[in-house]
Write a protein of this length. Structure first.
Length: 199
């Protein structure tokens, strides 16, 4: 009986460990596809393989989001100021915000969203959406960017998206470094420390 109990416990522990290792390895291999291409807040093409070789904090959001997205953007804006004080924002790290609703979030809407949060349009915080003339294909691009990180989103039909609540730090080659919670759980100090560790 005792041997059976020990065997069962051992199998459970092996299963848990294997599950943890699966998620660790999966995250470690996550990379934004180099050929992924969207447009920025000015309607200009942005291709990830041609992006600046900097650390990037990647946020997925949509401008009509009533809670978690604007809270995250606001906290990222405060984090940006912390990084500016250290002299690294724009030089060694930049922010990328990608809409999950390119139909509504046109380049003009993204620009207005930046203004609403008093975000300086200096090329160091880039807002990405779809080309209004190529929305269906660009929505596929957004899905291809989100998929390696297992960021999921869907519109249940009321315009308020259900989505994963995570932001992602990627390295100079757009490869996963670490994920962080969104909204009220976005710990500015934790994200700051991780970014500084990676620089």
């Amino acid at each position: 009986m005792k041997k059976t109990y020990i065997l069962v416990v051992a199998l459970i522990l092996i299963g848990i460990t294997s599950g943890i290792m699966f998620f660790v390895i999966r995250d470690a291999n996550a990379t934004i596809p180099g050929n992924a291409s969207l447009v920025n807040q000015h309607g200009e093409p942005y291709i990830f393989k041609n992006a600046d070789k900097k650390l990037k904090l990647v946020e997925f959001m949509y401008t009509n989001c009533p809670d978690i997205c604007p809270t995250t953007t606001q906290k990222m804006n405060l984090l940006k100021r912390d990084l500016e004080k250290e002299g690294v924002f724009g030089k060694k790290v930049q922010f990328i915000t990608i809409t999950i609703d390119p139909y509504k979030d046109t380049p003009e809407v993204m620009t207005q969203y930046m203004k609403n949060f008093d975000i300086k349009d200096d090329g160091n915080w880039i807002f990405l959406t779809g080309d209004p003339n190529n929305i269906r294909e660009d929505l596929k691009e957004i899905n291809e960017i989100a998929e390696p990180f297992k960021f999921q989103f869907r519109d249940p039909g009321d315009g308020y998206y259900v989505h994963t609540s995570l932001t992602f730090l990627v390295d100079e080659n757009n490869k996963f470094v670490k994920k962080f919670p969104m909204g009220e759980d976005f710990d500015r100090e934790d994200v700051f420390n991780k970014i500084m560790d990676e620089i």
